[in-house]
Structures are given as C-alpha cells and as structure tokens.
Design a protein around this ligand. Structure first.
Ligand code: CO
Length: 425
C-alpha cells in the first residue's frame, strides 16, 4: 500500500464525525507549523505566515501568506460531513419487548438499507458545564454498541422487491435489553471523561463500525464510510501542504453541512470564507474584490464512477472509471460551477502534475446532485471548477473509490496551489 493510502485509511477511521475530521486536520496543520487564529480575537497576519481558523469545531480554513507580494488566492473546498443519523439524546422510546431503542433522525440523504444489520456506534461532541463555562468535548464510543435489525424474509416476503424504509419505524437502533435505558449518555459521559450531570447538550451521530479497507484482486479499491467527502478533504490537504510557494496565497477550505444544503454558520453558504479573506486582505492592505478577480476555487466533492451492474446510469460517452483520474463535473444549467475558463486552469494544473482527467456529465434525463461550488460563489465571486474522485455507492454507510485517484488529487492540487490566476483579458 502506498504511503498516501495508508495515511488516508487512518484519517478515515479516526474521523467518525465532522468534528473529528476537523480535529484531525487541525492536528496535522499544527504539526506542520500553522498558527490557529480565533475569530473572536484581533489577527496579526504576517507575510510568510501560515494560519488556520475554525468555526463550530466542524469547519476549518487554512491559508499561507506568501513572503513576497501576491495578487490573489488559489482555493480548494471540500466538506467534513456525511449522511448519517443524529441522535435525539433526550428522547425516551417506549419499546415493546425486552429492548431499549434509541431515537434518531436522518441527517442528509442516505441509502437507508446500508445502515441495517451491522454494528454501529456513536460519535460527535458533548457540551458541558465546566464551572460556569460552556466547554466542548469530542466523543467517539469505540465499541460495537448499536444495531438496526432487518425484518426476516419469512415475515416480509416482498423485502427483495419494493422495500421502502420509514425512518420513524424501520431505522431505530437497538441499544440493548429493557434495563439499559440510561446507558447511552452514561457511556458517552464516561468516554468524554466528564460527569453525566455536567452534560448540557450534545451533537451525536451514528457511525458505521466497519473499518476502512483496501481490497480487490490487485488492491484496486478503497472502501470506508465518509469517502464522500473525506477522500477529497484529505487529498486536497496533502496537496495544500506539499505545494511550493507561488505568486498566490493558497487557501484550504473544509466546510460542514454540505449534505443538508450548506446554509449554516459553518457551511459553504455562510460568510465564513468571505469573513476570513476580508480580514486577511485588511491585514495586508489589499482589496478583496481585486484579489477575487485574480483567484480561483477548486470545489472537490466526490463524483460517480460508472456502476458495474448498472452502467446505464452513466451518460453515453462519459463514464468515469475508478483509478482513471480526477473527474471534472460539467452541467449546462450550472448545477456545477465549472466553465471553460475554470476548467482550463484546472486542466493546466493536471498537465503540470501529469495526472489523468475524466469528465462527468449527468445523463441528459437525470437531474444529478449538487455540490459546494455554486454555493460558495453565492457568497464570494470567484471562478470555480467542480471536480471529484470517482466512487461507487455514494451516500451508502460504506462507500468505494479507487486507490490511485487520491494520489492523483494530491499531485494536481500541489500544482494548482503553486499557480496564479489572472483576470481574463
Ligand atoms: Co459530497
């Protein structure tokens, strides 16, 4: 296994929630000499400095200021969240039989069947009363704790035909027997190293206990939960750290809440990026609008590979393959932000890095999904290309991608971050 894939697997296993993903990125940046800036304080930004800012513990922006003068920003964006179930930690369910179930609600649009019949656990954060101050503790229970059981085929003969899942009925996980009603928050408190009485509130989600793995006859594939979009989040981070200094300031963005529309304080549809870049420009005596005209964003969110059993869902003539290179996403109606100009700059970066590129168009009669690119543009006018790594089973609790593509993205982004971008004359 190559060293990037090895690091990717441990990043994926160590990031069972968006809070953990951001915490891991933070640790990597601190190790690489980046200074954390707090939004609530004055910023002393120096040429040659390396910084990062966090919001809500679930989104993070990192940037380097070149030592010499520079004209714009070269940006990447990816997202820290994935579809899952949020735990209603105060809800007590009246469960028939000798069971305790926990109440959950859907977060994002998941493939529901992939959450059944597998060990699950809980990750997120708790907010505690620490001597009159609200403090946060990340928590990830590292045990097989919960399971959502299927109904046997003998009781539901049509289960293989037209199964539909009602999240209020079919997707409630079992915690244990009837006597463990209070166990969940006790175990959460213990894992967070706090007293249960000190917990004021919590943001807790289910995660799949199946570890990330590399598989296939020639170890071609990587499978894990949250590959969309942690594979891009991690690969763009590596590219950001490896890039040589150029004529622009590189900016790495990791937003939360893409799976629920990005319209939160820490989502791509917030002013987080604009707030941060305005403060950078102010500190350096630059005009943000002038800088944005000479900037470019790579919005990196995973793409669909052609499915082996359902090749018909791919557009005729555009069938991205895993391990075939980075996918550029196109949409005539601009559901993807890619246009000729942003595509040209990104293709140039891929050429420099000697990285293969593929194209994705939705089949003309399928609407397809949306992503981060257009949303961030609504806050900040910057030329944007939407790209991703080809994967299968998007929004399953266990997704599959190509082993080679992550390394391609690292190299392409290292080349991209070292470039600069002029306004088209
Ligand atoms: Co995504």
């Amino acid at each position: 296994m190559d060293s990037f894939t090895k690091k990717l697997l441990s990043f994926l296993d160590g990031s069972p929630s968006s809070y953990h993903a951001v915490e891991n990125v933070k640790n990597i940046l601190e190790e690489a000499g980046y200074t954390r800036l707090l939004e609530g304080e004055k910023w002393a930004i120096q040429p040659g400095g390396k910084y990062f800012v966090m919001r809500n513990q679930s989104a993070l922006l990192a940037f380097r200021v070149p030592a010499g003068s520079f004209s714009g920003f070269m940006l990447s964006a990816s997202h820290s969240d994935r579809p899952t179930f949020r735990i209603k930690e105060r809800t007590k369910l009246d469960t028939p039989g000798d069971y305790t179930r926990i109440a959950v609600e859907r977060y994002g649009g998941m493939l529901m069947s992939t959450w059944l019949d597998r060990p699950l656990s809980v990750a997120g954060r708790v907010l505690i009363n620490a001597d009159g101050r609200v403090e946060s503790r990340l928590v990830a229970l590292s045990k097989d704790l919960l399971l959502i059981p299927n109904v046997a085929i003998h009781m539901n003969r049509s289960a293989n035909d037209n199964m539909s899942y009602n999240p209020a009925v079919d997707l409630l996980p079992i915690l244990g027997g009837a006597d463990c009603k209070d166990d969940l928050m006790e175990q959460v408190a213990e894992s967070a190293g706090v007293q249960k009485e000190d917990i004021l509130s919590a943001d807790l989600y289910l995660y799949n206990r199946q570890k990330a793995t590399v598989w296939g006859s020639r170890e071609e594939y990587v499978s894990a939960q949250g590959l969309d979009d942690l594979q891009c989040a991690f690969a763009t981070l590596e590219g950001f750290l490896q890039a040589e200094e150029g004529q622009s300031a590189p900016v790495y963005c990791l937003f939360d809440n893409e799976e629920v529309g990005s319209c939160t304080r820490q989502g791509a549809d917030s002013a987080f990026l604009k707030d941060t870049l305005s403060r950078v420009c102010e500190a350096l005596g630059m005009d943000l609008r002038q800088a944005m005209a000479q900037s470019m964003l790579v919005s990196a969110d995973n793409a669909h590979a052609q499915h082996p059993n359902h090749p018909e869902y791919a557009d005729v003539g555009n069938r991205p393959q895993m391990n075939g290179g980075i996918v550029i996403k196109h949409s005539a109606n601009q559901r993807y932000a890619t246009d000729g100009l942003s595509e040209a700059v990104f293709r140039m970066a891929c050429q420099k890095a000697d990285v293969p590129v593929q194209d994705f168009y939705n089949r003309a009669d399928l609407p397809g999904g949306s992503t981060l690119g257009n949303i961030s543009i609504s806050q900040l006018a910057v030329s944007t290309v939407d790209i991703g790594l080809p994967q299968l089973a998007m929004h399953s609790s266990y997704e599959t991608a190509g082993v080679k593509d992550g390394g391609y993205l690292v190299r392409a982004m290292a080349a991209f971050f070292a470039m600069s971008c002029q306004e088209l004359a």
